[in-house]
Structures are given as C-alpha cells and as structure tokens.
Design a protein around this ligand. Structure first.
Ligand SMILES: [Zn+2]
Ligand SMILES: [Zn+2]
Length: 241
C-alpha cells in the first residue's frame, strides 16, 4: 500500500500465474466517500481490503466500486469484495455493464481457452460474473466524488467499455490496461478489442496533462514526461491498424 497523494492510495496487485490488477482507492479521507477502482484477481479480495484497513480506513467509507474495465484480472474478486462491502455501488461503462448484467462473460474472460483455464483453476461456474450495475458510465462524466473531480474518458481498444479516470487538478491518470509504464500498451487481441480504436484512445489520452500515471499493472510513474503518452502512441502506431 502506498499513498500516492492525499486522495489516492495504491494497493499493488499480487500477481500469480495470472496477474492481479492494481487497486486504487480515491477520495479525500475526510470525505467518507471513497471509491475503489478495480478489485483485482479472484482470491485477492481479502488482501485488498486488509491493505485498506491497515492504513486506518474503515471499509464503511468506501461507497462504490468503479471498474476501468471488466477483465478477469480486474473483476475476479469483485464478489469477494462486495460480500465485505454489500452497500457499495458498482459503476461500469455501459458497453461492459450490459454484458455483465446479462451474464455474458465474454468480456470478462476475453477468450474461450482462458475461460476454461480460469474456471478450472478457481472452481468458477458459468454465470459467476453476473452483476447488477448501479451506474452505467458513458464517458464524458465529471464525477464529483470524495471531494475530488474525476473525468471519465471512454478509451476502447483494449476492451469495449474501457475507461480512464482523470483528475485535472492533480494531473493523475488511471487508464486501466490501455497504457502502462515503459512504453507498454494493453493487448488488443481479446474479445471486444480493436487495434484502431486503441490507437485513437492513446491519442485521446495524449492530449491530457498527466503527471502521475497509475496503470492496471506493473510500476506506477510519478513525474511522467510531457510527451510520454504521444511517444508511446507513435511507437505502437504501425501495429495499431
Ligand atoms: Zn489487467
Ligand atoms: Zn485488461
């Protein structure tokens, strides 16, 4: 657990043979209106909530869970977390919220082979990833939550309903798996992925003034260079057609 700024906590993923997404908790601590971004891999729910409690945050202050996208390594422990936070709302981009509500798990597993592997490994059944979504996001929202303002930006390409959360005042970007540190980007071969949309999404993110990059995996970056995102987009452009 690392305090990135006053209003942002970082709980690193605990990767196994499948990666565990990082979890971020955003909101001013005094607001009692915190949001948990991306729970993580199946089995990691207790690790994530214990990390939160260890720094003195009461789980009661977490009012909602926001998904950057619904891949297995991000949503795997959602039901574990919801058992501990039964009051928490679930906010997901509508393009991934609808499948989630209908029990269509293609966006969760990404490919059939991965689905059977995960179901065997974790004892999961078809339909385990059916959830009621309290708020469908569309992109373009300015969420006033926890004493902060987070812009929602729809960035499809890695997944259909991927979103970034961006705080203009602190220049923090939470882009899910669309862009990582070290000029890496998310894969674009899974269900609902689209290389040219990913390119457009990277170009959209490149317009933002970003100082702190908080991706879904690998290291976080503070003091991001101003041309980092556009350089990454240009480097990958030949592959994103
Ligand atoms: Zn991921
Ligand atoms: Zn992903």
């Amino acid at each position: 657990m690392e305090r990135v700024t006053d209003g942002v906590l970082f709980i690193p993923g605990q990767d196994e043979f499948i990666p565990d997404s990082h979890t971020y908790v955003v909101g001013e601590p005094s607001s009692q209106d915190l949001s948990l971004i991306d729970p993580g891999l199946t089995g990691k729910g207790h690790y994530k909530t214990e990390s939160i409690q260890k720094v003195g945050i009461e789980l009661e202050s977490i009012k909602r869970i926001i998904m950057t996208h619904t891949h297995f390594d991000h949503i795997g422990c959602l039901s574990e977390i919801l058992k501990q936070l039964p009051w928490a709302e679930l906010w997901v981009h509508t393009l991934e919220a609808e499948p989630l509500e209908q029990g269509d798990e293609r966006a969760v597993y990404g490919m059939d082979m991965f689905q059977s592997m995960c179901q065997m490994q974790y004892g999961l059944k078809p339909g385990d990833f059916t959830f009621k979504v309290n708020r469908h996001l569309n992109g373009g929202e300015n969420l006033e939550i926890g004493g902060m303002i987070w812009d929602v930006i729809h960035i499809p390409g890695h997944s259909m309903g991927g979103i970034a959360l961006y705080s203009r005042s602190t220049k923090i970007l939470i882009p899910g798996d669309v862009i990582y540190a070290d000029y890496a980007i998310g894969r674009f071969d899974l269900h609902g992925a689209d290389a040219s949309e990913l390119k457009q999404s990277l170009l959209r993110l490149a317009e933002l003034d970003v100082d702190i990059l908080l991706p879904g995996h690998n290291r976080i970056v503070k003091g991001l260079s101003p041309d980092y995102i556009i350089k990454t987009a240009k480097q990958w452009e030949p592959y994103l057609v």
